[in-house]
Design a protein around this ligand. Structure first.
Ligand SMILES: [Zn+2]
Length: 148
């Protein structure tokens, strides 16, 4: 997978995140793009109004079985745990058979953080950084709050 393609896909995920900016309550608006194993986009999502569902859930639902062996581009680290007790996005990405996850910025939130660790332990390839500057600017308020 080329670096330029990663940048382009993450650019698309950031554009999706922008659609619901300011509409997702206390949660940041996250964008997610999922490609199949061949690199074709098969699912897209943005955090729902009020913060649910999460972007990854929407994109995974659209992608269905085509997500197997594919890549997920997410503007913020996928959550490790949900306050509701529902399956986390990290678990859902693993269960869907996603082979690789590209993340713009890591999530410092105490419950959500470490999604990347969960994915790594499940054998998913991780790349952090494409789109990081834009994402850090977009999530500055959230990153500052959650880091305390
Ligand atoms: Zn999530």
């Amino acid at each position: 997978m080329s670096k330029r393609r990663d940048q382009r896909r993450m650019g698309r995920a950031l554009a999706l995140a922008g659609l619901n900016q300011g509409l997702t309550g206390p949660n940041p608006s996250v964008g997610c793009v999922i490609t199949d194993a061949a690199g074709h986009i098969v699912g897209e999502g943005v955090t729902g109004h009020g913060g649910r569902p999460h972007a990854e859930e929407i994109a995974l639902e659209e992608a269905g079985a085509r997500a197997r062996g594919g890549t997920a581009y997410v503007t913020l680290e996928p959550c490790r745990e949900r306050s509701s007790g529902a399956p986390s996005c990290s678990a859902k990405l693993v269960n869907a058979g996603i082979a690789r996850v590209v993340v713009a910025v890591e999530d410092p939130h105490p419950t959500a953080r470490d999604g990347i660790r969960v994915l790594r332990e499940a054998g998913v390839g991780i790349l952090i950084g494409p789109g990081a500057r834009r994402a850090a600017r977009r999530y500055a308020w959230f990153l500052a709050k959650a880091g305390n």
